[in-house]
Ligand binder design. Structure first.
Ligand code: ARG
Length: 470
């Protein structure tokens, strides 16, 4: 039964068809084809082929006339694809063979010379590197836009206090701006990771050919210069089997998505009735089909939800490489959907997060109330005692008792009288009330990287300066 269905065949002749006496089964064509997703690489594939053709002409492997015909044909093909006039043929497997075949049909014999000293193995490596170089740079740009919103919000709300949390329990009062700038830093590291990974992406693989290099007189450095690569890969076998740069890229993106997810989680909490720290704009929320009163934070929820995909893609890629012997194996074709969906997901999430945040408001009337409870200035009182020469551990115990007393009285620390406070330590004086206030507590935290207004103001200026150069 299997035999019969294997006889089903297709008409287009394969560029590699010479040694085959039977035509490929249509089921095999469908199974091996990648054109429905790798068509996305067409511009990079064409750019790579053009550089390769120029090199072949320079080295005398094709004539200048043949080169010109190849370049002309490739430009036409690019335009056809741009304008949606190109017919992709699944039986030609992938973007490389679709373009090559179209070129041969267009310009004849000269087109057949394009694949001289080249394999799809080094060709696809080049295409992915060109694609990721472009996308990594674009994503860095998207992150910069997001960072700008964090900094603008920090400036706008400078001076507004909110509860800072550990274990999601009220810990110490902080400035809203300080909290926002934490994200500025986080995403700054993400950009650095992408920049770093770009160093490994930006190495030119072409000329490795199938796996062992070529005996034809090529000039790899010329191709690298043509395509703006600062270096060429060192080992042809490593080159055609290497997707480390893609793993690094997706890993960097997975962490970006995790950062977005943490932010999203905070927005879901903050926009709830229980917190009411922020108001998300109506235009960035959705309603319920049954509960008329509802306004749901679906955007942050979806951002949070999409982290599973990106983390999943990282695991896919690592698993893909796990058992592969050197060098190229067809398994590697499976890298593309993971890479593409990572790029799409991260781009969409970064862009929508930027938009949503730039329309978000902090509830300035509600936050002072939120920051009052929770005995959040207890550490300040302990530090106050330390400055009066009480060892920190003893100070901690004294304040613990003071807090227990205040809880019993139903008062905040700042609402206790000096006499009441003195019962716990004689060294306490009138000036204690400055540090027991939210503003006093915050502005006292002048350590480098702390939440004091003066320090945060400097941090905003630094961030603005950094962004002005980005
Ligand atoms: N479509 C293939 C891929 O994405 C291109 C390389 C195919 N090479 C081969 N020898 N079959 O990996």
């Amino acid at each position: 039964m299997g035999r019969k269905s294997n006889k089903k065949e297709h008409s287009t002749e394969k560029p590699w068809g010479g040694r085959f006496s039977e035509k490929t089964a249509t089921s095999v064509e469908a199974f091996t084809a990648s054109i429905h997703f790798d068509a996305r690489l067409y511009r990079h594939d064409i750019a790579g082929s053009m550089a390769h053709a120029r090199m072949l002409a320079k080295k005398g492997l094709i004539s200048q006339k043949e080169c010109d015909r190849i370049l002309g044909g490739l430009s036409e093909i690019q335009q056809e694809i741009d304008e949606d006039r190109f017919v992709f043929r699944p039986e030609l497997e992938d973007i490389h063979m679709n373009i090559e075949k179209a070129l041969v049909e267009k310009i004849g014999a000269a087109g057949e010379k394009l694949h001289t000293a080249r394999s799809r193995n080094d060709q696809v490596a080049l295409d992915i590197r060109l694609y990721l170089r472009q996308e990594a740079q674009r994503i860095i740009g998207l992150i910069t836009e997001l960072q700008k919103v964090f900094v603008a919000l920090s400036r706008k709300y400078l001076g507004v206090a909110m509860p800072g949390y550990t274990h999601l329990q009220r810990a110490q009062p902080v400035l809203v701006s300080h909290h926002l700038l934490a994200y500025f830093e986080m995403f700054g590291r993400d950009k650095e990771r992408l920049e770093d990974c770009l160093k490994r992406i930006n190495v030119m693989p072409l000329g490795s050919a199938a796996l062992a290099g070529t005996g034809l007189p090529i000039d790899r450095d010329f191709v690298a210069r043509e395509l703006g690569f600062p270096a060429i890969t060192a080992n042809s076998m490593d080159t055609v089997g290497d997707r480390d740069f893609a793993v690094e890229f997706v890993a960097a993106c997975a962490l970006i998505q995790i950062h977005l997810s943490r932010l999203a989680e905070e927005l879901v909490l903050w926009s709830s009735e229980e917190f009411s720290f922020v108001r998300l704009a109506d235009s960035y929320c959705t309603g319920s089909s049954i509960m008329p009163q509802k306004k749901n934070p679906d955007i942050p929820e979806l951002i949070r939800g999409k982290s599973g995909r990106v983390v999943g893609h990282l695991v896919s890629l690592l698993t893909l490489l796990k058992g592969l012997p050197l060098t190229y194996n067809r398994d590697l074709q499976e890298d593309k959907e993971a890479i593409f969906d990572t790029v799409d997901t991260i781009s969409q999430c970064l862009a929508i997060a930027t938009e949503m945040l730039s329309h978000m408001q902090f509830m300035e009337d509600r936050l002072p109330e939120a920051v009052k409870g929770g005995y959040m200035t207890a550490t300040d009182l302990a530090d106050y005692l330390v400055l009066k020469n009480i060892p920190f551990r003893s100070a901690h115990a004294i304040v613990g008792k003071t807090v227990a007393y205040a809880i019993k009285k139903g008062k905040d620390l700042s609402e206790l009288s000096l006499a009441e406070l003195k019962k716990f330590s004689q060294v306490i004086e009138e000036d204690v009330f400055i540090i027991l206030s939210v503003k006093g507590s915050i502005d006292g935290r002048i350590s480098k990287g702390g939440t004091a207004s003066a320090i945060v103001n400097e941090a905003i200026e630094k961030a603005e300066h950094k962004l002005s150069k980005a």
